[in-house]
Ligand binder design. Structure first.
Ligand code: TYD
Length: 329
């Protein structure tokens, strides 16, 4: 079984996710661990195409707008909310299948700049679709894959948007109310899954935010084997022993695959949603209801990051610990 570790970074636009993802990646590599940075939307070639469409609408494909257009559709038309939700789900399906799951299966640490919670926060919280349906759609697309840890960089959108260093895209220019709803939706999600989420005040300095993430990462990676081929260490014997330990390690993955349940739950949720009279736009109510859904909650329980299968005196653990201790905080 794989012992990959899946970590996502979430927050409103301009909260500083990308900077922290990069710091985490650099740090993990310094610790001798294999980590991979990826993002949604756009973590695959197919996803990059979807990204253009969701961020810039049909304006990103002017030739399609002209040749495939009709009198009632032109490049300035916005996407229908359900179309947008399905496009993000399609991006996620491709991304998980082609990038995230293979990396986890190799035992890598995957750092993802936005994931499923963005869909619930933006497409449900921001667009008034059902949070329940959006979540289940995403779980269906990802075959039930949830991160072991999600860092929510929380900031008031009126503050964070001043950090944006590019022209606002469709979502970023959707208005202050939209962004405020998105922020609240993220906070409600975090409240609902306190074991997975770590909420961090993103209005602090970059270094303070990183400090919180680094401390938490240290706990998550404690006991993980350094990727020994990358380790520049003079003690060859220790390296060889540590590699043996790595080969023996049967520790569990940082995620749990329950795609079958996700699929049936999604279908049921879609049926229920279709039967519902008018859209229930109370996100909090939906999230509270969902809390009773044990089958979904089971998926939030990933592998055991505190796995103690590596002996305390193993060379790998010693190497990692000594590296961590050397770090100035
Ligand atoms: P992001 O890559 O963070 O944008 P940028 O690089 O410009 O900061 O995300 C792109 C936008 O897509 C962002 O506004 C949030 C939105 N989004 C959703 O609406 N739903 C989703 O599921 C995801 C992953 C992103």
């Amino acid at each position: 079984m794989s012992d990959g570790l899946f970590i996502s970074f979430e927050g409103v636009d301009g909260a500083g996710k990308t900077t922290q993802v990069q710091r985490a990646h650099d740090y993990l590599q310094e610790c001798g661990l294999r980590s991979q940075v990826t993002r949604e939307p756009g973590g695959t070639p197919v996803g990059l195409t979807i990204r253009e469409l969701v961020l810039h609408g049909l304006a990103a494909f002017p030739s399609v707008a002209v040749t495939g257009g009709t009198d009632v559709v032109d490049a300035s038309d916005d996407l229908a909310p359900r179309t947008e939700a399905l496009l993000y789900a399609a991006d996620r399906a491709e991304h998980v299948a082609q990038v995230v799951r293979p990396a986890l299966d190799r035992g890598d640490i995957v750092l993802c700049d936005r994931y499923l919670d963005s869909s619930v926060a933006y497409q449900a919280g921001g667009r008034d679709l059902s949070a329940d349906v959006i979540r289940r759609l995403s779980l269906w697309a990802s075959q039930g894959l949830l991160p072991k840890r999600t860092y929510l960089l929380d900031a008031d959108p009126s503050q964070s948007k001043s950090r944006l260093d590019h022209e606002p895209d469709r979502l970023e220019s959707a208005g202050d109310d939209f962004q405020q709803h998105v922020r609240q939706a993220f906070l409600q999600l975090a409240q609902r899954e306190p074991d997975r989420f770590l909420v961090i005040d993103a209005t602090q300095s970059i270094d303070r935010v990183w400090q919180v993430i680094q401390d938490d990462l240290d706990k998550l990676i404690e006991g993980r084997e350094p990727d020994l081929p990358q380790v520049d260490d003079e003690n060859d014997d220790a390296d060889a022993d540590a590699q043996d330990d790595a080969d023996d390690d049967e520790s569990t993955a940082g995620y749990e695959d329950d795609g079958q349940d996700a699929e049936s739950d999604w279908t049921e949720a879609a049926d229920r949603s279709d039967q519902a009279s008018e859209a229930d736009d109370d996100l909090q109510g939906q999230l509270d209801d969902e809390q009773d859904d044990q089958s979904m909650d089971a998926e939030t329980v990933g592998g055991d990051a505190d796995d103690d299968s590596i002996p305390v005196d193993s060379p790998a653990r010693w190497l990692l610990r000594s590296r961590l201790l050397r770090k100035t905080r």
